[in-house]
Design a protein around this ligand. Structure first.
Ligand code: TEU
Length: 544
């Protein structure tokens, strides 16, 4: 598949720890992925995005890397990864590695030397700063709660960690850091991977270290030299090669994302943004008990679709990943099987008919739901546990906290893939590292394959349509009836073709706008449409 083909590709994200366990230790592994490659080929996807499998103390489940050149033995061996890549390629599947280069684990050799000796050559690989008034250098906050600076008494200095205290931010202003990171990327290019997902890559350039009104974001988000650094990284590594790259952009803007992904700027191929996944935050606060703001969702998605397309950039489009709740529970309806399947198909269709590269998160293709954990003891994620303690400390009662975690926690999407209705959903013969919701007896891959009307077959249809029809990849988009309270309606235009997409985000049967012509060749339809009405969570795509 050539570089240009990546634009017609669909990416499947694997969180290895929860994908498939072949050792019985209760955690997924590389051999478990190899076992499922035929399934992924059957699904029809093109790329596999592998979240980090490098050596790591796993405080943040691998996003705290202690050795970029070694595989965490919990996942297997470098030979297992070689086999995975080889077997994937045999099935015309490409492998995209996730690489975390905004920060390292504090167990990385660079940090250990920097921390041990303030005169070390690695001291300037990180941000160690003295403070005059026994306060942290700035009032910046970690995205996992608390201050973003950790004091080291031995050298009377603080080091910066925008995430966990065991994830020390790298100093990209130091060319030795940048070139050491380019060596790592080139190692994995030579290994034979087909692309990279760059973790929080728009945070790498820190501007001034000053006190902030916005936890520090304004000083390091889309920082002053970020485009310069990305272009340099492109030139020294994947540039000009048949590799797809995607940058995870935290709190970014359309303007920056056009710059990140405009081919002539030679930075990245595509970017993730998260603005559409904050429409159920109250005043931007994730840990709040709120539901979908449908108009905000439509507005943001269409703003980004139009902005990036007209700007010549490239979106990565997605509902779910390992940091987000399950979309069918969040924006659909998982209260019964009919509503779960119908709303999952609707959500899949409305996203996959948009412009950009779609990402499917493991289990999304069968409509897996949030697990509805009833106890804090079932939670595993450092962000969730910090949030629980922080909310408890400021007086929330435990039921309210569990309701909020049940809606927003990253653990929601980290429960194991439900393969069968057998013990532990066929994920492991051991004790799963995180509980599996009871609904695996109904919601599992085996049942989905056997059910012609499953969510899975909708995803397979959508992937096939993207591969077959250029309008989905290259067409422009035209939002329609944005004022409608239940329907998400837009058109795609390409050459002399027009496709109309109508999706009902409510569970009620509602009227289709009287002046909307829905005649045409039906490309995909779920739910009954008659007498000017569309079923609850009904969807239709017609070529006109
Ligand atoms: O996530 C970036 C990030 O900000 C996430 O923490 C996410 O946006 C947030 O949890 C939503 O509330 C990346 C990785 O995807 C995430 O798993 C890592 O924990 C984080 O970076 C640090 O590497």
């Amino acid at each position: 598949m050539s570089q240009s083909d990546w634009r017609k590709s669909v990416v499947y994200q694997i969180y290895p720890k929860s994908f498939n366990d072949t050792t019985g230790n209760g955690e997924g592994d590389l051999k478990g992925i190899i076992e499922k490659l035929d399934y992924l080929q059957y699904l029809g996807i093109d790329y596999i995005w592998l979240t980090p499998v490098y050596e790591s103390p796993m405080n943040d489940n691998g996003y705290d890397i202690s050795n970029y050149y070694k595989i965490n033995e919990k996942f297997g061996t470098i030979e297992d990864l070689e086999t995975l890549v080889t077997e994937a390629h045999k099935r015309n599947l490409k492998v995209m590695m996730d690489i975390v280069i905004n920060h390292t684990s504090t167990e990385h050799e660079w940090f250990k030397q920097a921390y041990a000796d303030s005169d070390s050559e690695f001291r300037d690989y990180y941000f160690f700063k003295r403070s005059s008034d026994a306060q942290p250098p700035t009032n910046w906050e970690s995205k996992f709660g608390g201050n973003a600076w950790k004091y080291d008494e031995k050298t009377d200095a603080y080091y910066l960690h925008l995430f966990d205290v065991t994830q020390a931010d790298l100093n990209w202003d130091n060319p030795n850091v940048r070139h050491a990171l380019y060596d790592i990327i080139n190692y994995w290019i030579d290994f034979g991977v087909d692309g990279f997902r760059f973790d929080v890559i728009n945070l790498i350039s820190k501007g001034e270290f000053k006190n902030s009104e916005k936890i520090g974001k304004e000083f390091y988000t889309d920082g002053p030299r970020v485009h310069e650094y990305l272009h340099e990284m492109n030139e020294h590594t994947f540039g000009g090669k048949d590799l797809m790259t995607v940058g995870e952009m935290s709190s970014t803007t359309i303007e920056h994302c056009i710059k990140y992904t405009s081919p002539e700027r030679q930075e990245l191929s595509s970017v993730f943004n998260f603005h559409h996944l904050k429409v159920d935050y109250v005043n931007g606060e994730k840990w709040s008990n709120a539901r979908l703001d449908f108009h905000k969702l439509k507005d943001i998605l269409m703003e980004w679709q139009l902005g990036i397309y007209e700007g010549g950039g490239w979106n990565a489009i997605f509902w779910c990943n390992h940091d987000q709740p399950r979309v069918v529970s969040r924006f659909g309806n998982d209260s019964n099987e009919t509503l779960r399947k119908q709303s999952a198909k609707m959500l899949a269709t409305v996203l996959h008919m948009m412009q950009g590269t779609p990402y499917i998160y493991q289990g999304e293709e069968i409509g897996m739901t949030n697990p509805g954990f009833g106890s804090i003891n079932q939670y595993r994620d450092i962000e969730s546990l910090n949030a629980f303690n922080n909310m408890k400390r400021v007086g929330y009662d435990e039921d309210e906290i569990l309701t909020i975690l049940g809606q927003k926690s990253r653990d929601n999407s980290r429960t194991p893939v439900q393969w069968t209705n057998e013990k532990n959903a066929g994920f492991t013969t051991g004790t799963p590292w995180i509980d599996i919701p009871d609904n695996f007896d109904q919601i599992n891959v085996k049942a989905a394959i056997e059910d012609n009307y499953s969510v899975l077959h909708t995803y397979r249809d959508l992937i096939r349509l993207r591969h077959e029809y250029d309008i989905i990849t290259y067409g422009s988009i035209e939002p329609l009836y944005m004022e409608d309270d239940e329907l998400f309606i837009y058109k795609r235009h390409y050459k002399d073709e027009t496709w109309l997409v109508v999706a009902n985000f409510s569970k009620e049967r509602v009227s289709i706008p009287k002046d909307l012509d829905i005649e045409g060749q039906v490309m995909i339809q779920h739910g009954n449409i008659s007498d000017g009405l569309i079923d609850g969570f009904g969807t239709i795509v017609v070529a006109q």
